[in-house]
Design a protein around this ligand. Structure first.
Ligand code: C2E
Ligand code: MG
Ligand code: MG
Ligand code: MG
Length: 282
């Protein structure tokens, strides 16, 4: 009887595995279709100065207009990385960001636009050449581009990649460490990285209102970031109370639902005009 039960479980498990493998294969083929059929889109989330609420830039975030409905990166980015499709998708993102910077420039809107870059993209030797080509083709100034690389990626990238990043910075682009506080940083290495901004992960700022210890840690991290000559950005600000605390403990830039959610381009532009009617002409 026990044996029969065991066999039943094993069958159940292999059915489960088969279903999972089929689902992954489906996702992979859907992702290929998405690349071919141009199903990707960008949304834009504002970043504002903690001191006066002025817009200092925006982060471009990827969306997939899947036939079954809009998909967030959490549903497909990892698979895109595993299959290498992220290289093509990432090229689309970088080109779109370059074109967006250029289009906004023609409208008189000079906003820095941040783009997320994943490990697999940056490992590809040609990545930086294609990025430069995309910026050049769109006539987008490097000074309005920011690369976001995660803390973990920054800790592990090769000296060739660091050199390429430094060269891009020499052209005026900026670099932000994303999701800081979720990985393991070698502080000696952090000091040597060519970076301009450090984005404190949401988990670091989540409890700053009700937990004094969380506030102490966030404040110490901001001190560290400033000590490195960088700006501190808080991501995932969900309440005005969090924004107030971060302002008091010296954070430079705020990003999160409490400021604005990620928006489609026209919505973003309307929002930007609304908060800064004098700086951004209609
Ligand atoms: P991330 O770069 O850390 O982006 C921040 C994420 O937090 C975004 O999720 C954003 O919508 C969300 N967010 C913003 N404000 C709040 C808030 O107040 N509360 C909460 N709970 N969440 C907030 P999203 O758009 O789903 O993106 C998730 C991740 O996917 C990004 O994390 C980034 O790592 C990756 N990603 C997004 N776009 C791209 C892309 O174009 N290329 C690559 N390689 N990765 C991307
Ligand atoms: Mg990011
Ligand atoms: Mg982040
Ligand atoms: Mg994050």
């Amino acid at each position: 009887h026990a044996k029969a039960l065991g066999r039943g479980r094993a069958e159940h498990f292999s059915e489960f595995l088969a279903a999972q493998i089929a689902e992954r294969a489906q996702l992979e083929s859907d992702l290929r279709t998405a690349v071919d059929k141009d199903q990707f889109a960008l949304v834009f989330q504002p970043q504002v100065s903690a001191a006066d609420g002025r817009i200092v830039g925006a982060e471009a975030l990827l969306r997939w207009r899947h036939p079954d409905g809009l998909k967030l990166p959490g549903a497909f980015i990892q698979r895109a990385e595993e299959t290498g499709l992220i290289v093509e998708i990432g090229d689309w993102v970088v080109s779109s960001v370059a074109e967006t910077i250029s289009r906004w420039g023609r409208m008189g809107i000079q906003q820095r636009l941040a783009v997320n870059i994943s490990q697999r993209q940056i490992d590809h030797a040609e990545f930086f050449r294609r990025l430069r080509a995309a910026m050049h083709a769109a006539r987008a100034p490097a000074s309005l581009l920011e690369l976001e690389i995660t803390e973990t990626l920054a800790m592990h990238c090769s000296s060739e990649v660091l050199d390429a990043i430094s060269a891009l910075r020499a052209d005026g682009a900026s670099v932000a460490i994303d999701d800081f506080g979720t990985g393991y940083s070698n502080l000696a290495r952090l000091r040597q990285l060519p970076i301009d901004r450090v984005k404190l992960d949401r988990s670091l700022i989540e409890h700053v209102v009700e937990q004094p210890e969380a506030r102490t840690i966030a404040q110490a991290v901001i001190g560290l970031v400033h000590g490195l000559g960088c700006e501190a950005v808080a991501e995932g600000i969900e309440s005005d109370a969090q924004a107030a605390v971060l302002r008091v403990i010296g954070c430079d830039v705020l990003q999160g639902y409490a400021v604005a959610t990620p928006m489609a381009e026209d919505e973003f532009l309307a929002w930007a005009r609304d908060v800064e009617p004098r700086r951004i002409a209609g």
